[in-house]
Design a protein around this ligand. Structure first.
Ligand code: AMP
Length: 429
């Protein structure tokens, strides 16, 4: 066996995220939060670790619960799990704190699923999303779906489609599930081994299949639209009409079913056509009921969605949009006269709200200037023995090639502030 280069490495499917990726994630969350707050949503941060039972309510027949959860017994002998998604924790919080309804919350954070890693599929991944508890009105579905859509278009993504369907009410879904199971059993011979097993556990999941042989069978499966009650059909019509009225382009797909058991009526997915088909769902959500009740609360209507941050950013890369913001340093201090000026001046500049850096360990003018150029700073502030004797700092524009100027040491912070705000006005940043 070859010894690993380092004794400790990240676990399979887990990553260290660093700049510029981390900065881009911050910007994405800020963009999302801004949109959600404009629509009246407040932030919630449920814990990463909950009692296992909270997540079991998602449906024990789902892969997320049956195969992918990081669950263990803690030192008090409790069965606990790292959250595989946030909806269950948010609903647990709703039941625990009984806030007034409607309760509109947004979140961002990491979830954990022990899936087989691939591009766009990780074992720790970030999501942003919303949940609304306590409103049964199709116009809220319009608000929530439009919010998901707007969050994606805010990033500049164009090659994303919004697909909506209805799973009907509990009875519709049950009748439809039975019909799908009967159909799939009649075509058993044409199905993959995996799809046959899924047929017995969770027949609707088979409709979600990515395998070509299964897809061919699924194409002939019964359609949910034939199983919707008049109320469910009217609900779906109102949602679709509402989305069209507010200008959200929507496709209806009666093959769309979502993995988790608690969904009913409106269900939707955002699909990025720029990504590989196996990982092209950048987000999804829908209406659910029964979850609050399952968690010990009163019957409460809920609706929400989660967008996968990792996949959204992959889609942004594929479309060349939402680039990482440049880190803009205002000043880089180059001190070849003992270092005291660099020590004090970077501090003063930073306290004055400017972005400033320097190099440690001294070095020649040439080597320090190299660091200044590499830093991307707009201005170099130079202090050699001549400047020190004269009580000035030389300000050199590293971008424009303009004549450098000597500024009295006492005025240099104010001078830089003025230059930087003029520059920001000019560039509109
Ligand atoms: P789900 O709760 O499965 O509907 O997930 C919502 C969104 O989170 C999906 O549409 C994906 O964009 C993202 N997502 C789910 N699982 C993963 C994963 N293992 N790695 C990266 N993103 C994921």
């Amino acid at each position: 066996m070859v010894a690993p280069e380092h004794p400790f490495q990240t676990l399979t499917g887990m990553r260290d995220l660093v700049e510029p990726d981390t900065g881009r994630r911050r910007a994405l969350v800020a963009t999302f939060a801004e949109r959600a707050e404009r629509a009246g949503y407040g932030e919630i941060r449920p814990p990463l670790l909950e009692e296992l039972g909270v997540f079991l309510r998602m449906g024990e027949a789902t892969d997320v619960v049956s195969k992918e959860m990081y669950e263990f017994e803690d030192k008090d002998g409790r069965r606990v799990a790292l959250r595989p998604e946030l909806t269950a924790g948010v609903v647990r919080a709703f039941v625990q704190h009984h806030p007034p309804t409607p309760w509109k919350v947004w979140y961002s954070g990491t979830s954990f699923r022990r899936e087989r890693p691939a591009a766009g599929r990780y074992r720790a991944f970030d999501q942003v999303g919303v949940e609304v508890l306590g409103v049964d009105d199709p116009d809220l579905d319009v608000e929530v779906v439009a919010l998901a859509w707007g969050s994606v278009t805010d990033l500049g993504l164009r090659r994303v489609r919004l697909v909506v369907n209805s799973l009907g009410d509990h009875e519709d879904r049950q009748r439809y599930t039975d019909a799908v199971a009967t159909f799939l059993r009649s075509r058993r011979a044409d199905l993959s081994e995996a799809a046959r097993a899924t047929t017995e556990r969770n027949p609707l999941r088979v409709l979600d299949t990515k395998r070509p042989e299964d897809r061919a069978v699924v194409a002939d499966a019964p359609s949910i639209s034939d199983y919707l009650s008049p109320e469910s059909a009217a609900h779906l019509e109102r949602v679709l009409a509402g989305l069209r009225a507010v200008g959200v382009p929507v496709e209806q797909d009666d093959r769309l079913v979502r993995g988790l058991d608690y969904y009913r009526r409106t269900t939707f997915e955002l699909v990025a056509d720029s990504l590989d088909a196996a990982q092209n769902a950048v987000g999804g959500g829908g209406r659910y009921d029964g979850l609050a009740e399952d968690l010990g609360g009163p019957p409460t209507d809920g609706i929400g969605f989660a967008l996968g941050v990792d996949r959204l950013l992959l889609a942004c890369d594929a479309e060349g949009v939402f680039p990482p913001a440049d880190v803009v340093l205002d000043a880089f201090v180059v001190d070849t006269a003992g270092g005291e000026t660099a020590r004090d001046l970077v501090h003063e500049l930073r306290e004055a709200g400017l972005a400033a850096d320097r190099r440690y360990g001294g070095g020649s003018l040439k080597s320090q200037m190299k660091s200044a150029d590499r830093s991307g700073a707009r201005w170099a502030l130079l202090v050699g023995s001549d400047e020190l004797d004269a009580g000035v700092v030389t300000v050199r524009d590293l971008r424009s090639g303009a004549e450098q100027v000597a500024v009295p040491r006492a005025d240099v912070v104010a001078d830089l502030r003025r230059r930087s705000s003029e520059h920001r006005e000019d560039t509109g940043t």
